[in-house]
Write a protein that binds this ligand. Structure first.
Ligand code: HSE
Length: 408
C-alpha cells in the first residue's frame, strides 16, 4: 500500500464499533475513516462529532473517499448504498447477509459491469474465513458437500438449553444482551439468518446462485423438551445445521435442527461459536471453526476485507459459469425424525421411505426419508417438530409413480 486510503463508513452498530475500534487501535498509517454516516445523530458517542453525518452523499459523492464500508441493518438501504458506490467506482466491504443473499447474482454482475469489487467475508460465520477459502483454497477441488453451524445466537441458545438446562426465553435474552442476536431475533431462531449465509456460501462453493426463499429453513423455536431428552437418549446433541450438497449438476440445501452424535466434532462447537465441515474430492474432510458473532470478531473480518481491497484482492468467482449449468434444486429427500406429542398426526405415507416409529420421552417419533416439499407443508404446524438425522445427506427426489401406490 503506498497511498493512504480514505474510508467512508455507514453504520456504527455492534460490528461498526468493533471495526472502528480495531482500526483505531491498529494505528494504521495507510487507512483512515474520513466520514461515518449514522441514522441517529442524538445518540451519545465517544468519537469526535465532526466525523459524523446523516447524509449518505457525504460519503458517496466525496471524491477523496476510496472505499465504502457498509455495516447498517436495513437490507434495502444497504443495497442502494452498494449500487451507488459501485456506480461511482468505489469498492465496497459489507457484512449485510440478507442484502447479499437476496441479490447476489445481481451484485456479481454489477461488480463486472463497473469493474469494482465487493468483499463480504463478515457476512458469513463472523470471524471464520469461509468465503475466501471457498473461493481460493477450494478453487480447484471439487467440493461435494459442506455442513455446519452458521448462526451464533441459536448455537448459544441450544448450548444453554441442553448443557445448562436454561429456558429458551432466558437463553435468547442472554444472546440478545451479548449482541449476538439480530435486532429482530426471529431471524435467528426461525433459521432465516442461517439461510442467508447458506445461500451466499453455496454461490462460492458450487458456483450457482440461489435465493434464500428457495431454501427450506426450519428454526429451533419449535423444539420441545421431548426432543432434547430424545437427543440425549440417542447419544446426540441438537444443533441448527445449514448444509448443502452437489449431486451431478444439482445443488441441494437445507437449514434445520439436527441430531449430532457427541463424537461428531460439530457437537463440541458451543455458545456463539460457528463451525463447518467440508468434503472435497481431493481434500476429504476438513473443518473450520471460530466465533460466529460479536463486535470484535466480525469487526476484524471487515477490517481484513478492507486491507485485502487495498492490496488489490477481489473474489474471482472461479466456479460461476455463464451457462448456469449447475443449478439449485429445491426438492430432495432427506432423512428425518418427526416428533409430536399426539399420535396419529403423522402418517407412514407421508414418508417416501419409512424406517421406524418410536414412542419415547412422552412423544411419538417417526423416522424415514421424506421430501423437502412435504416438510414445507408442515412449516407452520406447532404440533410437530423436525430433526434431521446426523448422518443425513440429500437424495435426488424421484416421486413414486402412481402405479406404485395402486392396489389394483
Ligand atoms: N445474529 C447472527 C448470529 C450474527 O447469531 O450468528 C452474526 O451474523
Amino acid at each position: 500500500m503506498s497511498k493512504k486510503l480514505k474510508l467512508g463508513l455507514f453504520g456504527l452498530g455492534s460490528v461498526g464499533q468493533g471495526f472502528y475500534e480495531l482500526l483505531d487501535q491498529s494505528k494504521s498509517p495507510n487507512l483512515e475513516i474520513k466520514k461515518i454516516v449514522i441514522k441517529n445523530p442524538t445518540k451519545t458517542r465517544t468519537i469526535e462529532s465532526s466525523i459524523f453525518s446523516t447524509t449518505p452523499t457525504d460519503i458517496l459523492d466525496d471524491l477523496e473517499i476510496d472505499i465504502v464500508v457498509e455495516l447498517i441493518d436495513d437490507a434495502a438501504v444497504a443495497l442502494e448504498i452498494l449500487k451507488q458506490s459501485l456506480q461511482r467506482r468505489k469498492p465496497v466491504v459489507t457484512a449485510n447477509k440478507k442484502m447479499l443473499a437476496e441479490n447476489l447474482e445481481e451484485i456479481f454482475w454489477l461488480q463486472k459491469k463497473y469493474n469494482t469489487p465487493v468483499l463480504y467475508e463478515g457476512a458469513v460465520c463472523g470471524s471464520i474465513p469461509i468465503i475466501r477459502n471457498l473461493e481460493m483454497h477450494y478453487a480447484y477441488d471439487a467440493l461435494e458437500s459442506f455442513e455446519g453451524i452458521f448462526n451464533g445466537s441459536t448455537n448459544y441458545i441450544l448450548t444453554k438449553m441442553i448443557d445448562e438446562k436454561m429456558s429458551y426465553e432466558g437463553a435468547l435474552g442472554q444472546a440478545q444482551k451479548l449482541g449476538f442476536a439480530e435486532s429482530d431475533p426471529t431471524l435467528d431462531v426461525k433459521g432465516y439468518d442461517a439461510r442467508y449465509k447458506l445461500a451466499i456460501s453455496i454461490a462460492h462453493a458450487f458456483g450457482c446462485f440461489v435465493k434464500p426463499s428457495n431454501i427450506l429453513g426450519i428454526g429451533i423455536d419449535k423444539l420441545s423438551a421431548y426432543d432434547i431428552r430424545f437427543a440425549k437418549q440417542q447419544g446426540c446433541t441438537i444443533k441448527l445445521i445449514a448444509k448443502a450438497q452437489k449431486i451431478g449438476n444439482k445443488v441441494f440445501g437445507i437449514v434445520a435442527p439436527t441430531l449430532i452424535p457427541l463424537e461428531n466434532p460439530l457437537a463440541n462447537i458451543k455458545n456463539e461459536f460457528n463451525g463447518l465441515t467440508l468434503i472435497g474430492a481431493s481434500t476429504g474432510l476438513q473443518m473450520l471453526t471460530g466465533k460466529g458473532a460479536g463486535s470484535l470478531p466480525t469487526g476484524l473480518v471487515v477490517l481484513s476485507d478492507v486491507a485485502s481491497l487495498a492490496s488489490g484482492f477481489k473474489y474471482p468467482y472461479p466456479k460461476t459459469t455463464d451457462d448456469n449449468s449447475v443449478a439449485f434444486e429445491k426438492d430432495a429427500l432427506i432423512n428425518v425424525y418427526i416428533s409430536s406429542i399426539t399420535s396419529g398426526v403423522i402418517r407412514i405415507t407421508d414418508f417416501e421411505e419409512f424406517t421406524g416409529g418410536y414412542q419415547g420421552q412422552g412423544a411419538h417419533f417417526m423416522k424415514g426419508w421424506i421430501s423437502i416439499k412435504k416438510l414445507l407443508e408442515w412449516i407452520d404446524r406447532k404440533d410437530l417438530s423436525v430433526l434431521l438425522t446426523g448422518d443425513s445427506y440429500f437424495r435426488v427426489y424421484e416421486p413414486k409413480k402412481a402405479h406404485e401406490f395402486s392396489l389394483a
